[in-house]
Design a protein around this ligand. Sequence first.
Ligand code: FE2
Length: 490
Amino acid sequence: MQQLEKAAIDDKSYSLEDWRKGYESQYQELEYLIEDVEGEIPLDLSGTLYRNGPGLLEVHGTPLRHPFDGDGMICAFTFENGSCFFRNRFVKTKEYLEEQKAGKMLYRGVFGSQKPGGWLANLFDIRVKNIANTNVIHWGNKLLALWEAAFPYTLNPENLDTIGLDNLDGILQQGEVFSAHPRIDPHSQFNDDKPSLINFGIKPGPSSTINIYEFDELGKIIQKYSHETRGFCFIHDFVITPNYCIFFQNPTTYNPLPFVFGLRGAGECLDFDGTKPTKIILIPRNAPHDKVVTLETEAGFIFHHSNAFEINNNEIVVDSICYAELSQIDPNNSYKEVDFDKLAPGQLWRFKLNLSTKTVTKELINNRCVEFPYINSENVGGDYRYIFIGATDHPTKNAPLQGLLKIDLVTKEEQLYSFAPKGFTGESVFISKNNPQSEDDGWILSLIYDSSQNRSNLVIFDGKDISTPIATLYLKQHIPYGLHGSWKGN
Ligand SMILES: [Fe+2]
């Protein structure tokens, strides 16, 4: 038995001590030309990679209970003529500035971070702190920092200065929110075959409202519509096809009383209910949007989808990262002490939705634990072949993400580049080359944390072959594990 346990320990591709160093705060706001480069930065890689994520893991000495409560910090990597300029800035939200001025934590975090002083100090304080930390996207001449439970913040795309909270020219009404997972339809039938940005916002309750917004390439609204669904909604991401917006309503229950009474964070009051099905809601993008189709599949939990496409009028494919349940952080332990072996693994599944028979079938595409899928932007909402995704080093065990995995959905071939044992990954961004010869003809940018040097590196791969990086750009400092980002070409 002892030998077995030892074998299991030796099997790990990482140490928890190394992993948790990537959750140290980064206080500095820097800007510099990255001079420490191994390999060659492609000359025709021209534009800016924007990334968002929690920059502070404590607020003036009070540690956060969950990294998702950390103030948003934007990183910009600007490429031009084979060089890269780095800049990072915090999103100067109203709440961030108030806490800076006060020198102490003034707000609770949605994911359980509490003000010091126990439950009495948090009793009846149901204010929500907009931390603007989940995604960043350039659209319609605006750079938007996104967090799913509030309005976006607009930033100056050149120097990352915070401009302010943005209701998108009056489109977002009081009480509405704008999710952190917009999708870009590369050829929208509602915008003369030009790109459009589609996003949603959830107003949760015993009956929840899904608001959907479609914008043209200049950021002007094309259409706005909504659908009400029974039950509490926790929906983080969605997928689009030319004709539908598709939402997976995870089976959850919500009891806000522990939050109201100062005992738990709002997000900690969410419970997974494995006795209920997952609802799949297909909302037509064509007006009047009322022919909504709702299907059911077995219980599961989804944060992120890879893509969806229509096979014909009656069949739709959706690829998603599914968990058997929602893993909550042990309330008696720091998230830094997490036991990955006890968490439900996230795996890539393919759902086939039959709109005629109202049935759903699903198939496991890959056994490995994966998260943060990214695909060629030209294939969003259409049939596609390649997924680039964060992956564990171990082929089946749950662990922190340490690799970049390329999956060929046609041949089922896989290619993994692992940064184990000292490197840790997250989302990688795929950028198509000019005049690409194939769907994978592009670059992949991966921001990794190197625990051996306590700094982060931006690694560039060629999408056709990720066996060796093209270039590694060594930063002077570390960037705490981030969430999402996007590319803005020149
Ligand atoms: Fe996300």
